[in-house]
Design a protein around this ligand. Structure first.
Ligand code: SAH
Length: 261
């Protein structure tokens, strides 16, 4: 059996209880060495074999899994954050399925959640934005034209950009071409939840100079949107005293008003 496990965004105690158990039980661990915290390997069985996928091809990874399966061993494929985002898991799963090797997934804390916690952000503030667009600038992996940053920017929703730290000048151009003003709040979060985490709030217009000043070139997320700076938002309906829900009767007939944070 092969388990695709989310390692979490960095801090080793952010892995799930299930993920930690699977790591303890694994005969083979193949981990994404460029971004997974190596401390997560410290509770492995003595006999456990460890491979760093950063120096392996897809075929080499699959061969290790195939050999393990022949010997009825249990493999953990440890991916950073949650495997479902930019994890290149589908191609592994398809090859495993072709070979009749069973697999399953265990989720993790994605770095976009880690970054929100670093800045105490709520991405979905009532009256500001109720959507989060997770995307990236095109790099060696192309992005379909219909998913251009400028077309997403037109929504003015909260935006989280993965894998784009090297393209901040272009990112600013795309965001402004799509309708964000240069002074829209933005943030750069480097190594969210790691010990050397760095977080800086800036604006859409100052992304590039901010990253340069802070020496941030990779392993960062770019967050964009009014939720970062907004002092004026609407209170939630769920906790409004004047609102009746399935679990609670309204205490007054007050309606939800605006609140200054
Ligand atoms: N599956 C991962 C993303 C893998 S893609 C997840 O759910 O987080 C790798 C990119 O994710 C990096 O280039 C960077 O943009 C982002 N990333 C991963 N870990 C990060 C962290 N701790 N802090 C900030 N960005 C991170």
């Amino acid at each position: 059996m092969v388990y695709f496990v989310g390692a979490g965004s960095g801090a080793p105690d952010l892995i799930t209880v299930r993920g930690e158990r699977l790591l303890r039980e694994a005969d083979i661990i193949i981990y994404a060495g460029s971004l997974v915290n190596p401390e997560l390997l410290s509770n492995r069985k003595e006999s456990c074999m460890v491979y760093n996928s950063a120096v392996m091809t897809l075929e080499e990874v699959i061969t290790v899994m195939e050999e393990a399966e022949k010997e009825q061993k249990m493999t953990v494929r440890l991916h950073t954050g949650d495997p479902c985002l930019y994890g290149a898991i589908r191609e592994q799963m398809d090859l495993l399925a072709e070979k009749g090797i069973p697999f399953t997934s265990c989720p993790g804390v994605s770095s976009f959640c880690g970054a929100a916690s670093a800045l105490d952000l709520e991405y979905t503030l009532p009256g500001i934005s109720q959507s989060v667009i997770i995307t990236r600038m095109a790099g060696r992996t192309p992005v379909p034209e219909r998913e251009s940053i400028r077309s997403f920017a037109a929504h003015q929703a909260t935006m989280v950009l993965f894998l784009s730290t090297g393209l901040l000048k272009e990112l600013t151009s795309e965001l402004t071409a799509g309708g964000y003003s240069e002074d829209t709040p933005a943030a750069i979060v480097y190594k969210a939840t790691w010990e050397d985490e760095k977080k800086v709030i800036c604006t859409v217009g100052t992304l590039q100079e901010t990253a340069e000043r802070e020496g941030i070139t990779k392993t960062a997320l770019i967050l964009v949107g009014e939720v970062i700076g907004s002092q004026t938002y609407e209170r939630s309906k769920l906790y409004d005293p004047g609102f009746t829900t399935e679990y609670r009767q309204a205490k007054t007939d007050m309606s939800a008003g605006e609140q200054e944070a």
